[in-house]
Design a protein around this ligand. Structure first.
Ligand code: NAD
Length: 339
């Protein structure tokens, strides 16, 4: 069993912890919090040993009825690998500790590529991970872009990508960021950082991205155009998506045309925390013009799509499962992510 520590038990960390606990070949040996919060109670409820950065706060936790297993360093020492899901920029500060303890670590998209020196996506570069101590799972938007670009690049070759990201303003619980009523250019300059981020995984792709933020909390919406190298048809493209285990087609017959309806659907499916782990590509929007021009809309659940990627990244860095497809299958099966 791979012993996994989760440093930072927030939006991403708590989901990764549950996903680790669901795998047959991994266990959660601890999670960390900096202060008493609802998430600390959830860690207790799930039975995850809770570690804290500053042991002087032990009494505050214990007064709140939350047992403290020790400090973060003790958690890291007991782990084979750490998933760092602390807020963007904190991972960089944590890296020297992982180096000192000789631990493998996975950072999230809020860190720069250089913090890990290797950016990861399970379908695109799983096999390259084994020679690295550190990896970074690219952000939610970049994960969604890499999946669809890589799938079409493998099938038809991608000459260039132009994409517009309409981004959620905040995560659902992030009350300090709202309420908001605006469409904010993010940034007003072109390109946005997403294209260069895609290039950290797929360096050969010609991509330009634009982004704006809108007042919603559930999912980003991408409007994507790609020029393909080979002529194809809409039916062939749909087949590529149907055969991809992390690209889901939002079928025309469902009548779903928004993030709100998709949220209701994932909730009705009984998905934990309404998580949509796969790209939600709107079937109706998939279009091929003049044989080579591809268009679509896709929804990306910001809190969820990086979660299975973190799980595969654990196996890839540890070198325990050599075949990417086997790891992806194991992860999907354990999560209940059916193609
Ligand atoms: P979050 O604020 O929800 O959670 C971060 C957690 O880390 C909190 O529990 C906090 O208590 C804890 N923490 C803070 N400082 C710490 C420290 N010094 N040591 C240990 N724990 C500490 O953040 P998040 O949204 O889960 O984001 C985590 C990372 O994942 C960031 O890099 C972010 O960019 C990336 N990411 C976030 C999303 C998203 O939509 N939320 C999507 C993809 C990637």
């Amino acid at each position: 069993m791979i012993k996994v520590a989760i440093n930072g038990f927030g939006t991403i960390g708590k989901r990764v912890a549950d996903a680790v606990a669901a795998q047959p070949d991994m266990e959660v040996i601890g999670v960390s919090k900096t202060s008493v919060s609802a998430e600390a109670y959830i860690a207790k409820e799930r039975g995850y040993p809770l570690y804290i950065a500053d042991l002087s706060k032990r009494e505050t936790f214990e007064k709140a009825g939350i047992e403290v297993a020790g400090d973060v360093e003790a958690m890291l020492k007991a782990a084979d690998i750490v998933v760092d899901a602390t807020p963007g920029g904190v991972g960089e500060k944590n890296r020297p500790i992982y180096e000192r303890l000789g631990k493998k670590a996975i950072f999230q998209g809020g860190e720069d590529h250089e913090v890990a020196g290797f950016s990861f996506n399970a379908h695109a570069n799983y096999k390259e991970a084994e020679k690295h101590q550190f990896a970074r799972v690219v952000s939610c938007n970049s994960t969604g872009l890499v999946r669809i670009i890589h799938a079409l690049d493998q099938a038809f070759g991608v000459a260039r990508v132009r994409a517009v990201m309409v981004r959620r303003a905040a995560d659902p619980d992030d009350v300090k960021r709202g309420p908001v009523d605006a469409i904010v250019l993010n940034p007003a300059t072109i390109p946005s950082h997403h294209g260069p981020d895609v290039n950290t995984v797929l360096p050969h792709i010609n991509i330009v991205t634009l982004a704006m933020i809108v007042p919603t909390t559930f999912m980003h919406m991408h409007s994507i155009q790609m020029d393909l190298k080979k002529e194809t048809t809409r039916e062939e493209v749909l087949k590529v998506f149907e055969n991809h285990s992390r690209i889901g087609l939002v079928r025309k017959a469902t009548g779903i045309k928004s993030n709100a309806q998709l949220r209701e659907y994932t909730q009705d499916l009984g998905r934990p925390r309404t998580d949509l782990w796969e790209n939600g590509v709107f079937e109706e929007s998939v279009s091929i013009l003049d044989g080579k021009e591809f268009y679509c809309f896709q929804a990306i659940h910001q809190e969820a799509d990086v979660v299975p990627e973190n799980i595969d990244c654990i196996r890839a860095l540890m070198g325990t499962v050599k075949d990417p497809q086997e790891s992806i299958r194991m992860t999907n099966e354990a999560l209940g992510l059916v193609a």
